[in-house]
Design a protein around this ligand. Structure first.
Ligand code: GDP
Ligand code: IMO
Ligand code: MG
Length: 425
């Protein structure tokens, strides 16, 4: 079976945990979008791994890890992750494969991301400052892009870097009055990156096609979430890649037809980091209650996440355009202790009700949620092992969401551990 796991909200839904669990039955885990802006948490026993670029299958020895062409590879972050895994006794030798066509994130991308955000003041997007926007812009712009394959020919890379930095330094100086970066400095870093990473670089599209023919089980792991998708999310408050299931095929060279099941991950509530509209946000005691209980602080940047009620209008939209077969709903345990729970079933925009997620962010900014209210529960769910043993209120809550989004919830999370995940029969 080939699965594709993507977030259906604004990221941090618990994809890392779901991928780690499904990876038990997969031969290969493939990342196809995003970069070190992602932070996927995997908890194994007492050990907690925060993965940014390594596919979440990395913690399972023997599982192949593929970083597809759609991923923004920050070599410094990737090398650090490889080293941290090694410190914990996990080797990726012989099982990590990086696409030669994956574009690279270098220091000047991060500098440009930071300078642009600073210059925008209140209008900033709240990016992770991981160089994502500038790196994807360079890819689309083509003339100043560096790919993993470029690390194979250092003499040619030096010439390319010189051209890139001549251009970037003009921008830094003219727009931001910032100090120039030197080609020698960036080139010296690249020399170290090349030594460590070139052994893993190859044609991953060909590899994946061969693995498909061999009948291997492949798990495709999305980063971010569908509402942060560059084309279908809440533009401009999105990331710069296709962070939905639609980015899978282009981001690794495997057609969507080969995926047996698309699994959409949601939290039992909604969170968002960074700027942008969030109709069901609870910037109040309820939001703080969820933040505290769910430990809602960014895996990558440590920023407090904005929290709110489950937005079923948004989730129904994401599930529809991602072609989701089943939903995994995490963090049900976090909602315990709230007297009543709300689920947004429609928006009121300019006085009229709609159940369709608006594609224009200006409309979304005006949206007021129309809620369905249901009873909460006060039970600790963290030790519950089967769906039928969950309190009736929990099952009613899940049923309410299913009825609105029209996709079955087949997996639920009652804690961060592998064992705190319930598969519904
Ligand atoms: P990702 O980016 O989608 O992989 O999600 P993150 O790792 O950024 O954030 C999800 C957080 O929730 C992590 O700290 C997980 O360990 C934690 N988590 C995942 N599922 C559950 C769950 O069902 N209950 C609780 N309490 N925590 C969970
Ligand atoms: P995972 O994979 C949550 C958000 C940022 C910001 C916007 C643009 O862990 O779910 P960027 O740095 O990509 O240019 O920032 O996107 N963002 C995420 N939010 N989870 C993520 O990844 C995110 N990756 C980017 O906070 O609002
Ligand atoms: Mg995350």
């Amino acid at each position: 079976m080939n699965y594709c796991v993507v977030g259906l909200q604004w990221g941090d839904e618990g994809k890392g945990k779901v991928v780690d669990i499904l990876a038990a039955d997969s031969n290969v885990v493939v990342r196809f979008n995003g970069g070190a802006n992602a932070g996927h948490t995997v908890v194994v026993g007492e050990e907690r791994f925060a993965l940014h670029l390594m596919p979440s299958g990395a913690v399972r020895p023997g599982t192949y890890c593929v970083i597809g062409n759609g991923v923004a590879v920050d070599p410094a972050v990737l090398i650090d992750e490889i080293d941290r895994l090694a410190e914990k006794g996990i080797s990726i030798d012989g099982r990590l494969f990086i696409s030669e066509n994956a574009h690279v994130v270098l220091g000047y991308h991060k500098q440009e991301d930071r300078l642009r955000e600073e210059s925008l003041g209140k209008a900033k997007l709240g990016t992770t400052i991981r160089g994502i926007g500038p790196r994807y812009s360079d890819k689309v712009g083509r003339s100043y892009a560096i790919r993993m394959a470029d690390f194979r020919d250092m003499a040619a890379l030096k010439q390319k870097l010189k051209k890139v930095l001549d251009y970037k330094n003009k921008i830094f100086s003219a727009l931001y009055n910032a100090e120039p970066l030197t080609t020698d400095g960036i080139f010296a870093q690249c020399t170290g990156y090349a030594e460590r990473l070139v052994p893993f670089v190859g044609n991953t599209t060909r590899l994946l096609h061969e693995l498909v023919l061999e009948g291997k089980s492949i798990l495709f792991e999305g980063a971010q979430g569908a509402l942060l998708d560059l084309d279908h999310g809440t533009f401009p408050y999105v990331t710069s890649s296709n962070a939905s299931a639609l980015g899978m095929a282009s981001g690794c060279g495997v057609p969507a037809r080969l995926v047996d099941k698309f699994i959409g991950v949601v939290k039992a509530y909604t969170t968002r980091v960074g700027a942008g509209p969030f109709p069901s946000e609870q910037d109040n005691e309820t939001g703080q209650y969820i933040r505290d209980r769910g430990n809602e602080y960014g895996t990558t940047t440590g920023r407090p996440r904005r929290c709110g009620w489950f937005d079923a209008v948004a989730a129904a939209y994401s599930a529809a355009f991602c072609g989701i077969n089943e939903v995994a709903m995490m963090h049900l345990d976090t909602l315990a202790g709230l007297e009543e729970l709300k689920v947004c079933r429609a928006y009121k925009i300019n006085g009229s009700e709609t159940t369709f997620f608006p594609s224009d962010v200006a409309q979304l900014e005006k949206a007021e949620c129309v809620y369905e209210t249901t009873a909460g529960w006060d039970t600790d769910l963290s030790e519950v092992k089967s769906y039928d043993d969950l309190p009736q209120q929990v099952r009613d809550y899940v049923g309410l969401v299913e009825a609105i989004i029209k996709v079955p919830v087949s997996i639920v999370g009652v804690g961060p551990k592998r064992s705190q995940t319930i598969f519904r029969k």
